[in-house]
Design a protein around this ligand. Structure first.
Ligand SMILES: [Mn+2]
Length: 327
């Protein structure tokens, strides 16, 4: 991290153009981290901008509105340095990722997802801490190291990232609260952020959740309760809902025109007490189905080509292996 800060500080001094990018359908953690870091770099003299690939999530939109900020969508990549935050692979950047692969400017990766080999090879600096519960917890120490000031709006955005990525602190670690304290002292408005994150449940989502429940399939794998369901949208929400309902692991998938998508969630404590790592599982599946996948031990996804039933069977087979209790 020191090395990255040194490199960036040097670039700022020279007034270089730096773009801080994050993944498509950017969540509050992604947009907050990008904007806060870009602002810090700007303070130090860089021509810095934050941007996202393709689109941002509803929660991110709401949080940005509350903070009175905006973020560029699919910005031009004419920069001297590209920093990727909350983004584990170029695939998560859509078309921007393809463009980036052809460019030659140095790439810096700062992330908290499972490492992806291609990125490690591509990046000039690669700082990945899979144990961090949010990207914001990695970006804040970097901003501190750079010696930049954290504006109250930026502190609020980083706090929103932590709250949303930790599932309202359910997944938080002890260290998370130290970071939260620092953000509140920098002027983050906890109540306002919480309010912004509370989105009205839209009707299409409610219908989707009920459909997912209707299509639920329950499997027992090594005494663990594994749930499968099929849904064309809100897969992640449905998987999280099944875990809240009692599943140890929930996988929700869709198939459309030969393209498949799977999203998995595990109950807290299951990855730690078994060999389960959904990020690894999704990565393995993606390789077999000619796609991309990855994520965290307890939350991951993949996209690929093929039949959903086959992907489901392979996921179950992988879980037979992975869900064995740790001895
Ligand atoms: Mn994140």
């Amino acid at each position: 991290m020191k090395e990255i800060a040194g490199f960036l500080a040097e670039a700022c001094k020279r007034g270089q153009r730096i773009i801080v990018l994050c993944h498509h359908n950017a969540d509050p953690d992604a947009v907050g981290s990008s904007l806060a870091l870009a602002d810090a770099l700007k303070q130090l003299g860089a021509k810095a901008h934050a941007g996202v690939s393709e689109n941002i999530s509803l929660a991110a939109k709401s949080v940005l509105e509350a903070a009175g900020r905006g973020i560029a969508i699919n910005p031009p990549l004419d920069a001297d340095i590209v920093v990727l935050v909350d983004t584990s692979s170029l695939e998560h950047l859509g078309k921007l990722g393809e463009k980036l692969r052809q460019k030659s400017q140095p790439i810096i990766v700062i992330d908290h997802h499972r490492p992806v080999e291609e990125m490690r090879n591509l990046a000039r600096f690669y700082f990945v801490q899979e144990g961090a519960t949010s990207e914001a917890e990695l970006v804040l120490p970097l901003i501190r190291e750079l010696g930049a000031k954290l504006a109250p709006w930026a502190a609020s955005l980083l706090l929103a990232g932590i709250i949303s990525d930790t599932g309202q602190f359910r997944l938080a670690k002890g260290e998370t609260f130290g970071v939260v304290n620092e953000l509140v002292e920098a002027g983050a408005d906890y109540n306002r952020v919480l309010e912004a994150l509370r989105l009205p449940e839209d009707r299409s989502k409610r219908v989707a959740m009920l459909k997912a429940a209707q299509r639920l399939e329950l499997h027992k794998v090594d005494e663990r309760l594994v749930v499968f369901s099929e849904l064309g949208s809100f897969e992640a929400d449905a998987a999280a809902m099944f875990v809240r309902m009692g599943a140890d692991v929930a996988v929700v998938g869709s198939e459309e025109k030969g393209k498949i998508r799977l999203c998995g969630r595990a109950r807290e404590g299951v990855p730690a007490s078994t060999g389960l790592h959904l990020g690894r599982l999704m990565d393995e599946l993606a390789k077999r189905f000619n796609g991309t996948g990855g994520g965290h031990a307890g939350a991951a996804s993949m996209t690929g080509e093929g039949k959903l039933v086959e992907a489901k069977e392979q996921a179950l087979a992988a879980m037979q292996r992975m869900l064995k209790p740790k001895s």
